[in-house]
Design a protein around this ligand. Structure first.
Ligand SMILES: [Fe+2]
Ligand SMILES: [Fe+2]
Length: 310
């Protein structure tokens, strides 16, 4: 399975050097649907994003001259360029939150200490496995968002456009870190054991940190007792569409298989809707709108197709 799926996405990986001009005016304090609990859950993840992306870039860059497969090397170079731009744009978004009084900078400093410690003790190939694990989680979160853009109905389009550009590119390159790790590790039982060990370390370190930081941001924002917002966030994260449940429970299961490959789930249709519109217009707002229209079209077509089949 892994070999057959390996190159599905390589032609998709395209670097777009976009500047979204994120600032405190474009990014409101409760930017995700005007909802404090949901916003701070996202902030708790996004606090780790710029430094995490620079880590996966460094881990991949170190291996460029060791890669045996030239097509993996080519995709890895585009992947590094994409992540560099993501890190820059998320730095700007995190700075906007700091300007609103949300201490993303303090949390980022903690993540940097954790990252430096892990870098010191983990070998270069193991860091590639860690990158593959992180990229799996970002790809699954991106997939849930791409499949449920209606969850963004009350978010400013400028913010949604930036995040959906990132979700599209995370999907484009979702196999690259995995294939880099397979290439440099040689695959097999040992590589599988390393991948599972990095999953255990990553989950043990980052899941408590993200949840602790979520509560920290809510406390600093005086929103801990905002019960209606808490209930909405629990529904969003654990039930419908269940972002957390899907990313960290349901879609974790295939990742546990020794035969897993990121493109076993081929979700290119949705990103192609975005990419067609972006190629035509060069406008991420229009590309985001096109993605939403594509979903609307599918929803309207589904009953007609069921009728025709009956
Ligand atoms: Fe990224
Ligand atoms: Fe990524």
């Amino acid at each position: 399975m892994a070999i057959a799926n390996r190159k599905i996405g390589y032609d998709e990986v395209e670097h777009r050097d976009l500047d979204f001009g994120m600032n405190p005016e474009t990014v409101p304090r409760h930017w995700f649907n005007n909802d404090p609990w949901a916003t701070h859950w996202m902030n708790a993840i996004l606090a780790a994003v710029p430094d995490g992306e620079r880590w996966v870039m460094q881990a991949t860059s170190k291996q460029l001259n060791n890669l045996k497969d030239p097509s993996v090397r080519k995709a890895a170079i585009s992947f590094i360029r994409q992540e560099r731009t993501h890190a820059r744009e998320h730095d700007a978004m995190n700075e906007a939150m700091v300007a609103h009084g949300i201490p993303m900078d303090r949390v980022e400093a903690v993540f940097k200490v954790v990252r430096r410690t892990l870098q010191r003790y983990l070998g270069d190939v193991t860091q590639c496995a860690m990158a593959a694990t992180f990229e799996h989680f970002t790809a699954v979160i991106a997939q849930v968002m791409l499949d449920h853009p209606e969850q963004w109905d009350d978010t400013r389009p400028e913010v949604s456009a930036m995040l959906f550009w990132h979700f599209v590119e995370e999907t484009e390159h979702k196999s690259v870190s995995f294939d880099v790790f397979q290439d440099v590790s040689g695959g097999g039982v040992r590589a599988y054991a390393i991948r599972m060990a990095t999953l255990a370390v990553g989950a043990a370190v980052f899941l408590p940190l993200v949840h602790g930081n979520w509560l920290y941001f809510l406390w600093k924002d005086r929103q801990l007792t905002n019960i209606p917002s808490a209930l909405r966030a629990f529904k969003l994260l654990y039930f419908s569409p269940g972002i957390f449940t899907k990313a960290f429970v349901i879609d974790l299961l295939p990742f546990l298989s020794p035969f897993f490959h990121p493109w076993d789930t081929d979700n290119r249709d949705v990103i192609h809707a975005w990419k067609r519109a972006f190629e035509d217009t060069g406008d991420t707002l229009k590309a985001y709108a096109a993605l939403r229209e594509w979903h609307e079209g599918n929803r309207n077509d589904a009953p007609a197709q069921q009728e025709a089949a009956a």
